[in-house]
Design a protein around this ligand. Structure first.
Ligand code: SAM
Ligand code: SF4
Ligand code: SF4
Length: 369
């Protein structure tokens, strides 16, 4: 069986998805390893490529304007299709699903999808961690319903406490106070400990590292610093704009002494640090200065159902085409197994060797951050 090719316009940054052939269902054993012996443990699902923010490092306004070719509604994976694919992934060993985007809370009735995915725990008798990454703008309104539907955890992205600096990162007029209310609503709903992701762009929000650390420590939330990455084609990334985790840790340690936390959890990309006085924890995600491809157990399902094996991929595998062409679950499982078994991506480890860079890359809002 051959799935149709989805044409993806250049402006979204990708080559057309690879057509996926359904291999013999007999290939569909559980527990997948790629060519570098990495298991498939995490699935990130982009439920929309739209967003109400225009963060300069993700969806710069000059590119993501009213003429941008967002995925039309009919092309999105439906909740039923997402759940069917998720079931197949969980059967094949996936243990964490994160809903992301774009801004996932813009997808109408997202709590119904959470409810459907949460149902897989009992149906398959498998532990399944369900998480969401959001900019927090709609979280106050949605946290209760999401928790009730079976969501375990949220990560909220917030790059500054100061409204003016926040605006220079998000490029929208949205009050930080409302994001903070969203974080508290998530905690109150039982979606904690809430992790807060802060991308640090030198010269824009590096002065917010300490205020953010102090504020979130006082409230018991886990702040994670993400090195600014060269994802997509439009953010004009330069190495000079990156503030490395080491520099960030130095700043914090000077005021609030830190020590490393040992962790052996598979697929963890954040390095963990605890305040020596026992008042909490922070994390650093050093995709530029300390690549972690060797531990990368993640696949990403794009808004329209293409499977990407790396954040820096330029081509997905068209699972939606296969699904809509009538493939059975065992055929889908075998196809996913074959795709994963051929994976050898390790872009961040090769970043310094310019030869490894794909000329055009997929946008993060499309495959999910
Ligand atoms: N809209 C949601 C949000 O902002 O949390 C979910 C999608 S967003 C693409 C997921 C994560 O990717 C966010 O924490 C965001 O800060 C991060 N991100 C986006 N572009 C990035 C870049 N160029 N470098 C590092 N992190 C980035
Ligand atoms: Fe939107 Fe999240 Fe990207 Fe910011 S990081 S533009 S909130 S998708
Ligand atoms: Fe994973 Fe690709 Fe990032 Fe390496 S560069 S950690 S393989 S997503």
């Amino acid at each position: 069986m051959t799935a149709r090719i989805i044409p993806i316009t250049d402006s979204r940054g990708a080559r057309p998805s690879r057509t996926v052939q359904a291999p013999a269902a007999a290939d569909a054993g559980a527990g997948l390893l790629d060519r570098l012996q990495r298991p498939l443990l995490d699935l990130r699902i982009s439920v929309t490529d739209r967003c109400n923010f225009r963060c300069v490092y993700c969806m710069p306004r000059e590119t993501f304007d009213q003429d941008y070719p967002y995925v039309p509604h009919a092309e999105l994976l439906s909740f039923e299709e997402i759940t069917r694919l998720a079931r197949i992934f969980v059967r094949r060993g996936t243990r964490k699903i994160r809903l992301t985007g774009g801004e996932p809370l813009l997808r109408r009735d997202l709590e119904s999808l959470v409810h459907m995915l949460a149902g897989l725990r009992a149906e398959l008798g498998a532990p399944l961690d369900l998480a969401l990454t959001t900019n927090g703008s709609l979280l106050k309104r949605k946290a209760g319903a999401l928790a009730e539907a079976g969501l375990n955890r949220v990560t909220v992205s917030l790059d500054a406490l100061d409204d003016t600096i926040f605006r220079s990162m998000s490029d929208v007029d949205f009050p930080v106070a409302q994001v903070l209310e969203g974080i508290e609503a998530a905690r109150a709903a039982g979606l904690g400990p809430v992790k807060v992701n802060m991308v640090v762009k030198r010269g824009l929000n590096d002065g917010q590292v300490l205020p953010m650390a102090r504020y979130l420590r006082e409230r018991g939330h886990v702040l994670r610093f993400i090195e600014y990455m060269d994802v997509g084609n439009s953010n004009g990334w330069r190495l000079d704009d990156v503030l490395t985790s080491d520099r960030i840790l130095e700043q914090i340690d000077a005021e609030m002494p830190l020590e490393p936390v040992a962790t052996d959890e598979a697929g963890t990309v954040a390095q963990r640090w605890r305040y020596r006085d026992g008042s909490g924890e922070i994390g650093t995600i050093s995709s530029i200065s300390r690549a972690f491809c060797g531990d990368c157990t993640r696949a990403r399902l794009s808004t329209e159902g293409s499977l990407y094996l790396c954040l820096f991929g330029d081509q997905g595998h068209d699972l939606r085409g296969l699904l809509r062409a009538g493939a059975t679950d065992p055929q889908m499982a075998a196809a996913i197994g074959q795709i994963w078994s051929e994976r050898a991506d390790r872009y961040s480890e090769l970043r310094s060797a310019a030869t490894a860079m794909p000329a055009r890359r997929i946008e993060m809002s499309y495959i999910g951050g």
